[in-house]
Design a protein around this ligand. Structure first.
Ligand SMILES: Cc1ncc(COP(=O)(O)O)c(C=O)c1O
Ligand SMILES: N[C@@H](CCOP(=O)(O)O)C(=O)O
Length: 471
């Protein structure tokens, strides 16, 4: 199966090629040419199966034989052996028909580990087969960076450069990036916001000479394989609540729109999902877009859920492509308008398609703190600010549809944001044993301005995959 770009002007690629390519050469995002479908009986058969078995089936379908089955099985087994919970992504009930799907039992305590632990192994495998090296440059609002550094640290086939917005991530998040003692990883504090960091990464991909020179690859959710790996937990969660015989809904704390897009893909693959609810903090570009049909950027506000302090929601482009009947020319036009004027308008028909599957809600800082406090006092469940946004939005939805089980994606461990959690409910969550000395570890970080040339120069000087360099 080939993968096509949302902007319609890049070559179609296999799963492995899309994995190594990251952003398409026309600036678009890859996704499969068609959606593989699973029948209801097969989905029902996932009940009681280990997470790894479901992952093998879903990722086998999405990679369509491009990764040899035995190798895929081995890599999935190794990736999820790094998780501290036997179910990998367990489901916890916190209220009537209200569940949290805990995605934070991996090494860096965020949902990013679920995909990243596998992505590191997949990329190393494909690069090894081809005798190649790659340079990964990623942008993070806090969690992708730590997860990528953990997954890729020490690998000979890749160097990793992570750009994060200086002063805009939690101390735990920063230290997870800056204290890893491996030669091939580089944490870079950029004077700017996450959107600036993401724009720098996209600009490097669109600078083709640079991209080819360093063998640029990406691990943000612009990389299709990231989304593919996140599809799996929608299946395991729905099936454990009686799916596909019983429909469920999901509420997803949303920033770059990758996690919720994975739910939409699960639905395309045959999983009966009633509604997908977008939940944001006051950086509410997506709820505003669904309400008005106008995607319009405003300044990013710093919040207690910094990983979601995002305006340019990259993966929304994949949904726009689908909602416009896979018309790359229209997506190109909308993205051009965004670049030139900071806004675009969605026509009534595609907007109606989006609204037919998605809801959206935004929570203020006061509401987020109240949600952490109430969830703690009423259910004894300690939620991080991102997960609390999901729980708050889910409660609004449940009030309108109490009969459909609602699953909130628990995207981070509360110990990543101890100050915000303590301020909200008085409880200071402790880091798990493997990170207990995180605050004492030595930090190593490079500070750079929000300037493409400066970042490219740093990457070029430190990347071992630079064309012509000795292997
Ligand atoms: C803890 C946390 N929750 C939610 C999100 C939003 O996920 P997405 O960007 O896939 O929408 C992120 C990062 O993006 C995150 O780190
Ligand atoms: N919240 C993310 C932002 C980047 O998202 P990604 O899923 O596209 O990698 C983060 O924590 O870095």
């Amino acid at each position: 199966m080939l993968h096509v770009s949302t902007r319609g002007e890049a070559p179609a690629l296999s799963f492995s090629d899309a994995l190594l390519t990251g952003l398409a050469r026309d600036g678009g995002l890859y996704l499969p040419q068609s959606w593989p479908a699973l029948g209801a009986a097969e989905i029902a058969g996932f009940a009681g199966k280990p997470y790894t078995a479901v992952a093998e089936r879903i990722l086998g379908a999405l990679s369509d034989g491009d990764i040899e089955a035995g190798a895929l099985r081995r890599m999935i087994g190794e990736a999820y052996a790094t998780f501290r919970h036997p179910s990998v992504c367990p489901l916890t009930q916190i209220g009537d028909n209200l569940f949290v799907l805990e995605l934070f039992h991996g090494p860096t305590l965020a949902f990013k580990d679920v995909a990243m632990q596998l992505l590191g192994r997949l990329m190393d495998h494909v690069l090894g087969q081809r005798g190649q090296r790659a340079t990964i440059v990623g942008a993070t609002s806090g969690d992708t960076g730590g997860a990528a550094i953990d997954a890729f640290k020490g690998l000979k086939s890749v160097d990793v450069f992570i750009l994060y917005p200086q002063g805009r991530v939690s101390d735990v998040q920063r230290r997870q990036m800056t204290t890893v003692d491996a030669e091939n990883v580089h944490a870079i504090a950029v004077e700017g916001t996450f959107d600036d960091c993401q724009n720098l990464v996209k600009a490097m991909f669109n600078h083709h000479a640079f991209r080819d020179e360093i063998g640029l690859s990406g691990v943000n959710s612009i990389n299709w394989a990231r989304i593919a790996a996140q599809v799996v937990y929608y299946f395991t969660a729905a099936v454990s609540l009686g799916g596909p015989g019983r429909k469920v809904s999901f509420t997803v704390p949303t920033g770059n729109f990758g996690d919720i897009l994975a739910g939409w893909v699960a639905k395309r693959m045959g999983l009966p999902i009633e509604r997908l609810a977008i939940a944001t903090n006051s950086n509410d570009i997506l709820p505003r877009t669904l309400a008005s049909g106008v995607y319009e950027m405003r300044g990013v506000q710093a919040t207690t859920s910094p990983s979601m302090d995002i305006q340019i929601s990259s993966n929304f482009e994949r949904l726009l492509f689908e909602a416009h009947g896979r018309d790359g020319a229209t997506v190109r036009r909308l993205m051009q308008s965004l670049q030139q004027s900071g806004r675009f308008e969605i026509a009534p028909e595609p907007l109606a398609r989006i609204r037919s599957e998605f809801d959206a809600a935004a929570l203020s800082e006061t509401e987020i703190a109240a949600e952490i406090r109430e969830t703690w006092t009423e259910s004894g469940y300690l939620a991080d600010p991102h997960t609390a946004i999901g729980i708050g939005a889910a409660r609004q939805k449940l009030a309108r549809d109490p009969a459909t089980p609602m699953i909130v994606l628990g995207t981070a461990h509360p110990a990543k944001f101890p100050a915000a959690v303590k301020a909200a409910c008085g409880v200071e969550p402790a880091l798990p044993a493997h990170l207990a000395d995180l605050m004492e570890r030595r930090e190593r970080v490079t500070q750079l301005p929000n300037d493409l040339a400066a970042v490219e120069t740093f990457v070029r000087e430190h990347a071992r995959a630079v064309r012509g360099a000795a292997a």
